[in-house]
Design a binder for this molecule. Structure first.
Ligand SMILES: [Cu+2]
Length: 147
């Protein structure tokens, strides 16, 4: 009996040790753009910070509001800013990348209910080093964008 208790305690300690590795990526100042009722999509913005010595890439995301989340950037085409879906967003080693209105962003596509200031949206970010980051972003109004 004692032996099995000791064994299970040791197993638990081992599990804790393996899951408690330091995450390389932090997300700060995350927020989701307030959009008028009926909008088909909104966007999430944040600063991703990498505290490790190797670049880490954001490769996919989920959000609690819509079935689809896409990584987007803005590019200028013939003097007009357009959104483009991109494969990944790199966070440089010991550096950071800004997801901000008019630039990189996480697109939340397929809204079925309004997104209002004061709401909070749970986001899950997945990185190419195997890390997953869960965060909650408050909804805020943003100055009008080109899309
Ligand atoms: Cu977009």
């Amino acid at each position: 009996m004692l032996k099995s208790i000791l064994f299970s305690a040791a197993t638990s300690a081992l599990l804790l040790a393996t899951t408690a590795h330091a995450a390389a990526i932090n997300a700060v100042d995350a927020f989701v753009r307030e959009v008028p009722p009926g909008s088909p999509a909104t966007a999430a913005f944040m600063t991703l910070q990498n505290t490790s010595d190797t670049p880490v890439r954001l490769i996919s995301a989920d959000n609690e509001l819509t079935a689809h989340s896409e990584l987007h950037n803005h590019v200028e085409v013939d003097g007009v800013m357009q959104m483009r879906q991109i494969e990944q967003i790199e966070v440089p080693a010991n550096g950071e990348v800004n997801l901000a209105p008019g630039g990189l962003h996480l697109m939340l596509i397929g809204l079925e209910s309004p997104v209002r200031k004061g709401d909070e949206v749970a986001l899950t970010l997945r990185f190419d080093n195997g890390d997953t980051l869960e965060l909650t972003a408050p909804v805020r109004p943003v100055m009008p964008m080109s899309h």
